[in-house]
Design a protein around this ligand. Sequence first.
Ligand code: CUA
Length: 349
Amino acid sequence: MRDAVTTNKQRRLRAGVFIALLALVLAACGTGGAQDSLSPASERATSIDGLFRFTLIIAAVVFVLVQGAIIYTAIKFRRKKGEEPRPVKQIHGNTKLEIAWTVAPALILAGLAVPTVQTIFENAEKPVDAIEITVTGHQWWWEYEYTDLGVVTANEMHIPIGKDIALTLTADVGDVIHSFWVPRLSGKRDVVPGHVNTLTISADEVNLFLGQCAEFCGLSHANMRLRVYSHEPADFDAWVESQLAPATVDEESEGWELFVNKGCTACHAINGTEAEGGGLNPGPNLTHFAQRDTFAGALYDSTTENLSDWLANPSEMKAMRPDLNRGMPNLGLSDEEIAALVTFLQGLS
Ligand code: CUA
């Protein structure tokens, strides 16, 4: 009786493990993921993807050959029922074999190195006639400065299709290492305090591409997301123009009063106002905040509800350490003040 129970339990456990493994394997078949590096949307991402596929094919051939040999040998030479154990032939010190299994992998690796190094060098080439953007990683959001165009924005990058975008990536001294990654547009690049790295991205199609910080950078690493919107060139030009327009700030409004008096200007800049240039602690430039779909490291949609919750208690929406100047502090605002500030923010078009 007891044995029957155990067997049932074991059977159920085995079925559970099998289903979990099956789910895991089937999950790999999903396509169309927003961060799927296997569906590249740029020249460089396509070359990286091609290299991956080439490597995968070689690895698959090696896997099949080695596993096939193991399985064949195990079946062919297994001890039959009732057969006496027999001594195994020792092949230690077989020079020919040892040379063979040293040379074969060396040749495979050398063969892989050629296209790998080629792809790395091609992708590292400095693009000509590119749009230059300085990307600064902060705990825990991204700052984009279009150095030639004079646009500064946060988390959401806008680019024209079919044009190289030359990124210069860095972080402030005193910050930590981040990593910029938009899987469908290019490879990853570390963002190191006090050091400059470069990465070129581009997009072949009009779309929204998602990315995120790919280097553990503390409490809200997982909440340090980013978006790249690609546009037809004319639409991109229109976006740039709208970004260069002065902020629409009603300096008589209650929201503006609060923005200045509650200390928001210590971190956030609004171009063309007395809050221009921002303060000592960098927070996102809010000049055209209402043009953004998301906020807080592209973590939340910019809805009235989310913005209100955020102003009421930012750390509850996203793990941060405002006491260490890492993230937005709780300003102890009343419901009326929050409503006025949200209206003000939504008016920054
Ligand atoms: Cu920034 Cu992880």
